[in-house]
Design a protein around this ligand. Structure first.
Ligand code: SF4
Length: 376
């Protein structure tokens, strides 16, 4: 199985926390769609022998594409790759791009999962985050999604925003669960260099959320989601049974994927490659018959470390039998020995032949993962 990711690098404006590659000038939208389709033809052998099980339109803002442009990309994927029988096709949507009929049209062209960037139900916090939509628009978008027949709906939420309290998070979650969303991606805000919030931080004008509040929020988030029947299947991701994101899970399980579009990344189990983060250069190069990417061949240890890093963030944890079979006994024993102290401290559990983080361990997952990475 394999995945296809499409990076649609246009945004009407930049959010204050975001460091993804995007541009506000969308005059090259049509040319970009053509280039992405051309790139497919150039990369059609990248996933040879694999069936495409998931397609994910991310960005940027994929909902800035017209339905016709989105359809032409999906048709080209079907033409250039071998598709699985029931592919998951997700499109990220910004609430302010939605009009009546939009989701029905998406459904008609094969999109069967929508990820809506709600981020917050508080108007003031939305302004702080630089989101251009309102909470009212998010509610309207969710109503339209369900009334137009898309059931598999994920919503994004950001917590840990400066000044935000656990009561604020509670209010956001309560509002979210008044809608029948099936999946929730809830990320703690990280302040990245090069963003507007990063600049405020440098100038000493921003008080980041303290660790105790962050931990309380994380605990609250887990409890409320559990109360609503959601499975906490990855540090930042929750889903009802049957609605775990197949696309994201495949990243964590080292399933190969092809990223198309400027700044998109690809992985084929041996190497990682990423396209140039420049729309104009990308279009020029692809129309000249060449995909502009940089490739890094991955050593066995790099792939192993990536497996540890991603799998430990999930509820499935590190599969020790897989480590022994796919790598060797030495790396298996290394993990077993090192995990001992975390198990004693109640930060990790050994379940059958897997190593899984406990709720307490999840709070310091970055530290634990950093210690488990090896240069053996
Ligand atoms: S968060 Fe999304 S909408 Fe906001 S700037 Fe980043 S990619 Fe664009």
């Amino acid at each position: 199985m394999a995945g296809v990711y499409l990076h649609i690098p246009f945004c009407k404006s930049f959010c204050s926390y975001c460091d993804f590659y995007s541009i506000t000038d969308s005059s090259s939208k049509e040319a970009l769609v053509r280039a992405i389709i051309d790139e497919m033809a150039l990369q059609s052998r990248y996933l040879e022998g694999e069936k495409v099980d998931t397609v994910y339109f991310g960005g940027g803002t994929p909902s800035l594409l017209t339905v016709e442009q989105t359809e032409s990309i999906i048709s080209a994927i079907r033409k250039n790759f071998s598709m699985g029988s029931d592919p998951e096709i997700t499109l990220e949507v910004n609430p302010d791009d939605v009009t009546a009929g939009y989701f029905g049209s998406l459904k008609a062209i094969g999109v069967n999962r929508v990820s809506l960037g709600v981020q917050s139900w508080d108007e003031k916090r939305l302004r702080y985050l630089g989101r251009r939509h309102t909470a009212v628009q998010s509610a309207r978008a969710l109503e339209l999604i369900f009334s137009e027949g898309i059931k598999n709906v994920s919503a994004d939420l950001i917590y840990g925003v400066p000044g935000m309290t656990t009561a604020d998070l509670m209010a956001d979650l309560q509002k979210m669960f008044t809608f029948p969303v099936k999946h929730l991606s809830a990320y703690h805000l990280t302040i990245e260099d090069g963003t507007r919030l990063g600049k405020l931080k440098k100038e000493g004008k921003l008080n980041e959320t303290d660790e105790d509040t962050s931990n309380s929020m994380f605990t609250l988030l887990g409890n409320i989601c559990r109360d609503h029947g959601f499975i906490h299947y990855e540090i930042s991701n929750f889903a009802l049974d049957g609605y775990i994101s197949r696309h994201n899970s495949s990243y964590w399980m080292q399933v190969p994927y092809l990223g198309l579009g400027p700044s998109a990344h690809s992985f084929d189990r041996r190497s990682r490659q990423w396209n140039v983060s420049d729309v104009k250069k990308y279009i020029r190069s692809v129309s000249g018959g060449e995909v502009p990417f940089i490739r890094e061949e991955l050593s066995r240890l790099t792939i192993f470390n990536e497996y540890v890093m991603t799998s430990l963030r999930t509820m499935w944890g590190i599969d020790l039998a897989y480590v022994e079979e796919s790598y060797d006994k030495e790396l298996h024993d290394y993990l077993v020995n090192l995990s001992d102290k975390y198990i004693r401290y109640g930060l990790m559990r050994r379940e059958k032949n897997t190593l899984v983080l406990t709720d307490q361990g999840k709070m310091i997952s970055d530290n634990i993962i950093a210690e488990l990475l090896t240069e053996l």
